[in-house]
Design a protein around this ligand. Structure first.
Ligand SMILES: Nc1ncnc2c1ncn2[C@@H]1O[C@H](COP(=O)(O)OP(=O)(O)OP(=O)(O)O)[C@@H](O)[C@H]1O
Ligand SMILES: [Mg+2]
Length: 287
């Protein structure tokens, strides 16, 4: 039985992960789990260890202890390329794009990297090759450009785009690989309120339409609580809390120890969800 067909096998799992950078303990025995076809949020203040956990998940960083599983398979020692072949895609907190290529070309390249590997080298060395896409890829790329509101800038080189828009290109590129699991590191940083809202809806729709799993890191805690089925809260490299958004929203440890008790906490952790509430089934624990 595959992970997609078995709701009890997490799409992704990290168990007891520890990472030390010299004297700094960035992660200390952290365990998280992402069920199939669900959107899971990961929040925490600056330096909590969110990006470090992402790097362990995607294979860029070997943990000092702990294991990582994709669809029930232990990939702790697998390379980032191996993990990508198993359906994992990630975005970076600082967009890593190819200067000179357009938005559409980024998505086409990402699509070919997964679907037509043999052609990728030819695309890189043959002038104009990227402008000869096949119907399936044209359709997929057009759909994604619309979905994440990039159609208007599809043929613009990424160099001239504002930072917020380049984050959307990263999201589009991750989705173009038809992943089963996407790790998104602060995709809404630099976007205004409406752009963030549009992105949030696009992410939700992608999870529902494509039955994929997402792990979303965001500073905008209200966005994460409004969007996620389940949320993990990291603080100083340890898991402070986990649960459905309504529990996290009212968790006194999260309010007091992590966000403070003043008006700031109330602003970051509103009592009412900003977007449509999840169903009870949606909010079920992944464990
Ligand atoms: N390559 C590194 N070398 C040394 N220390 C590091 C390295 N990467 C991260 N750290 C430290 O590990 C801790 C966790 O950092 P990390 O970047 O994972 O936090 P974060 O939750 O992503 O923060 P932010 O919200 O600012 O993105 C911090 O104390 C950071 O200074
Ligand atoms: Mg980070």
């Amino acid at each position: 039985m595959t992970a997609e067909s078995d709701p009890f096998v997490p799409a992704f799992e990290a168990r007891d992960v520890a990472v030390r950078f010299g004297g700094v303990t960035a992660l200390d025995g952290v365990s998280i789990s992402v069920p199939p076809a669900s959107l899971v949020g990961l929040v925490g203040p600056n330096g909590a260890g969110k990006t470090t956990l992402f790097s362990v998940c995607s294979g860029l960083l070997r943990p000092n202890a702990g294991q990582v599983y994709i669809g029930g398979v232990d990939v702790t020692d697998a390379s980032p390329q191996d993990r990508a072949r198993r359906g994992l895609a990630r975005t970076f907190q600082q967009p890593e794009l190819f200067m000179g290529l357009t938005v559409r070309e980024h998505l086409v390249l990402a699509y070919r990297a997964r679907h037509r590997r043999a052609r990728l080298w030819k695309d890189m060395v043959t002038p104009g090759s990227l402008r000869k896409p096949e119907p399936a890829e044209t359709e997929r790329v057009r759909y994604l450009l619309e979905l994440i509101s990039l159609a208007d800038v599809a043929d613009v080189p990424v160099d001239v785009l504002p930072l917020g828009t380049t984050r959307l290109v990263e999201v589009g590129r991750a989705l173009a690989t038809s992943p089963s699991l996407v790790l998104l590191d602060e995709p809404s940083a630099g976007l205004d309120h409406w752009e963030s809202e549009r992105l949030a809806q696009a992410l939700r729709r992608t999870v529902e339409d494509e039955r994929l799993s997402m792990l979303l890191v965001e500073h905008d805690v209200a966005m994460v609580l409004g969007l996620s089925n389940y949320v993990f809260v990291l603080d100083f490299g340890e898991l402070l809390a986990e649960g459905p958004p309504e529990l996290i929203r009212s968790d006194p440890r999260v309010k007091a120890a992590y966000l403070g008790e003043g008006p700031e906490a109330a602003a970051v952790l509103p009592d009412q969800p900003e977007t449509e509430p999840q169903t009870a089934e949606d909010a079920a624990s992944p464990r």
